[in-house]
Design a protein around this ligand. Structure first.
Ligand code: 3PG
Length: 216
């Protein structure tokens, strides 16, 4: 049976532990990719998730991976098997998806790209665990039970750590990060749409600094 690569799991463990907070980005204009990534970097981010939710996503990944190697680039919202190779070619160091099918998990293993699959129920967590994925996204975190869900999972499934995403904000980020089975948290609140539209990069740096200060 195909199984997730141990080195990839170690890489994800280090990358996400260091990141603490992972911005989930929808980049609509390629020209925004570098200034947005620089603003996040300046605020203290060490990794970003660029989602495949816009036409500009792959080109934005290429720009960030080529120009900002100090930022570990994650590719998010992978819904199709062939996307693993596409994001790898665009320079992503790892991939994430909002949910996982067996096909997707096997495609990730096949593509030899580190992968954070997502689960929202104990059975899904266990299926991914059987494939060797010990780091998973909990999505949608808030809607699937949030902190109570993480607390409930921590005792029976003690060796899986989560990146809760979906409904995380400045209001609850500290509570999420206090859970021992949370490796990092992800979310779009770090790059608010209106600030990106206005190209207000310094305001985005401040949003990140504020969240980083709250969790340190
Ligand atoms: C994701 O893909 O992880 C979510 O869209 C992020 O959810 P949020 O917008 O509630 O942070």
């Amino acid at each position: 049976m195909a199984i997730a690569d141990k080195q990839h799991q170690n890489f994800l463990s280090k990358t996400l532990e260091q990141a603490v907070i992972l911005p989930v980005l929808v980049i609509e204009r390629v020209e925004d990719a570098i200034p947005l990534a620089e603003a996040l970097l300046e605020g203290g981010c060490t990794s970003v998730e660029v989602t495949l939710r816009s036409e500009a996503a792959l080109a934005s990944m290429e720009k960030i991976s080529a120009h900002l190697p100090e930022l570990t680039l994650g590719a998010g919202t992978l819904l199709e098997c062939e996307q693993f190779q596409q994001v790898k070619d665009a320079g992503a160091s790892y991939a994430l998806s909002p949910g996982t099918t067996e096909k997707l998990a096997l495609a990730a293993i096949d593509s030899n790209l580190a992968y954070v699959p997502a689960a929202a129920t104990p059975s899904e967590v266990l299926e991914l665990r059987e494939l060797g994925f010990k780091i998973q996204k909990l999505f949608p975190a808030g809607a699937s039970g949030g902190i109570e869900m993480l607390k409930s999972l921590s005792s029976p499934i003690a060796d899986v750590r989560f990146c809760p995403t979906g409904g995380v904000s400045t209001a609850n980020v500290q509570d999420y990060l206090q859970q021992p089975n949370v490796i990092c948290v992800g979310g779009s609140w770090l790059a608010p749409k209106d600030l990106v539209a206005e190209k207000n990069w310094s305001a985005i740096t401040k949003v990140v600094q504020k969240s980083m200060a709250a969790v340190r």
